[in-house]
Design a protein around this ligand. Structure first.
Ligand SMILES: [Zn+2]
Length: 274
């Protein structure tokens, strides 16, 4: 028969295991508490807020569009603003989500309906830590016409062999007439599959999604993919377009993307208020 002393010591052990689990369960902390606890989380969220302002200032998003970042303290969650315009996002607006697009920490604020774009790509692509979605007009024609968005200069060399297209009709069932929104886990997965191993995907009749291993690089890619779309359209009017070869694209991407901190500095200065 178990002695009282042994009984209570086992009981105490179970109690401390449970108490310890609760007190060290990072997901029980709010985003604000996580910022206070982790310099890496604080830096990521502050950069995310700045990126929202930059993307708006550089016309990569408008009243719609959003950017996410994977939690540097937990690769299975990510941060994304609540459902507001990118130009007004602050640290207080950031929500943490799991990889199914479910808000954590009991956060019940209204979230972007298309958060599944972020959860789908971040779940399927461990090499991507930041995702941007927007509707930049210059990118739209390439999802509609059969003309492939391809790198016409070194700045957008990451476009590689050309941007794939997400055709939502191929994944919607039973009715292929959708509202065009990536509003479910399944459609987020389908979008990610369409992106494949590339970093940019056009969404027919909707916009684009782009990813990178850092916020700075994702912003760089969004801005220069849109510039590429504009320049390519102009070049196509003038004649046969000479695109970067796959070898040029690969080498140019490696060189130029080492310097993404430089334009970031310029873009930041424009949106940081004195
Ligand atoms: Zn959208």
């Amino acid at each position: 028969m178990m002695s009282m002393k042994k009984y209570f010591s086992q009981y105490a052990a179970i109690f401390f295991v449970i108490a310890g689990t609760v007190s060290f369960d990072a997901s029980a902390l709010t985003v604000k508490e996580k910022i206070a606890e982790s310099p890496a989380v604080k830096a990521a969220i502050e950069e995310l807020v700045l990126a929202n302002r930059i993307l708006y200032d550089q016309n990569a998003v408008d009243g719609y569009g959003h950017i996410s970042v994977r939690n540097p303290a937990n690769p299975n969650t990510f941060f994304l603003a609540r459902s507001i315009a990118p130009s007004v996002v602050t640290v207080d607006d950031i929500i943490e989500f799991d990889m199914n697009g479910k808000a954590l920490n009991g956060d019940v604020r209204v979230a972007y309906g298309e958060r599944f774009i972020h959860s789908g790509i971040l779940r399927n692509r461990p090499d991507i830590n930041s995702v941007i979605h927007g509707h930049a007009a210059a990118t739209l024609p390439y999802g509609l016409t059969g003309s492939t968005l391809k790198p016409i200069y070194h700045m957008s060399a990451f476009l590689g062999d050309g941007a794939p297209i997400f055709e939502i009709r191929d994944f919607a069932s039973p009715n292929t007439d959708t509202d065009m929104f990536v509003g479910s886990i399944d459609l987020g997965d389908a979008l990610s599959k369409s992106m494949g191993l590339q970093y940019f995907v056009l969404m027919r009749g909707h916009g684009y999604a782009v990813g990178a291993d850092s916020i700075k690089k994702a912003v760089f890619r969004a801005i220069y993919a849109i510039q590429n779309a504009n320049i390519q359209a102009e070049a196509m009017k003038m004649g046969t377009v000479q695109y970067l070869s796959p070898g040029e694209a690969s080498r140019a991407q490696e060189t130029i993307e080492k310097t993404v901190g430089r334009p970031w500095q310029l873009w930041s200065e424009k949106v940081i208020r004195p």
